[in-house]
Design a protein around this ligand. Sequence first.
Ligand code: NHL
Length: 285
Amino acid sequence: GFSVLIGVFDSGHGGLTVLRALVDAAPTRPFVYLGDHGAAPYGPRDEEDIHRLTLRGMEHLFDQGCRLVVIACNTAAAVSLRRLQQEWLPTAYPGRNVLGVLVPMVEAITRVPWMIDTVPPDHLAEPRTVGVFATLATVKSGSFPREIGKRAPSVRVVQQACPDLVPLIERGAPDSELAPAVAGYVAALIDRLEGQSLDTVVLGCTHYPLVAHLFSAALPPGVEILSQPLLSARSLEQYLDRHPEYRPEPGETGLRFFTTGSAPLVSELAGRFFGHPTPFERLSP
Ligand code: NHL
């Protein structure tokens, strides 16, 4: 038999929140995680830079034997996913595929039928107004409004970049420091709605699930908060069901963690995002 490894790519360790959900959904499947700590953060970089780094990450994972890679980083997916799928993959790695966290979010918002059972029943109607919180690069790329607009042109999308949040989360700031920052971004987004009510928000950055409770406290009651790790896991499950060629051989399991940064440092930091120890190995260039 052949090995059907699935790769998970992120700019750092935030994507471990997504890997956690993928492993919970498919505990017997082998995954390889790659965090590009040597180049993180991606959020403040320009598009060419992000595309070049994301492409290099894909090459590393495909060369490790991955048949399928999930881009867990919103910034990388927002800037690069369509370009990789359309311009690069078919000629560079025919027969392999790249999925990105952005797509399940857009499908959930626009109520693609298989997503219906993943949203609360009182929210079944397509939302009218969606708020997106993300990094600067994700907001600038316009990918969320563009992809939502393709499927559901009547949905209004309002974006808010939250550049202070990742540094605060990274250094483990207490809620007393994080809450005012989150509240400020929520207020800024609501200001730009001009009185229209908000139905759904997307936490469009790997780090924001860690402060979902603060978003929930700062948002008006009744606003649906979409969970990226959960939606990504459902989406991958659906994808794997439709693609039996990705079925692993029985007994084929395992989980490996690679970083382009310092393995001891990253192993120390990353456990908090995964909920289990994460013994990172340095990716040999
Ligand atoms: C990721 C890794 C970091 C490592 C060291 C310092 C700061 C970091 C910040 C981030 C956040 C990350 C990014 O690259 O900007 C957010 C990205 N994964 C996303 O948009 O989902």
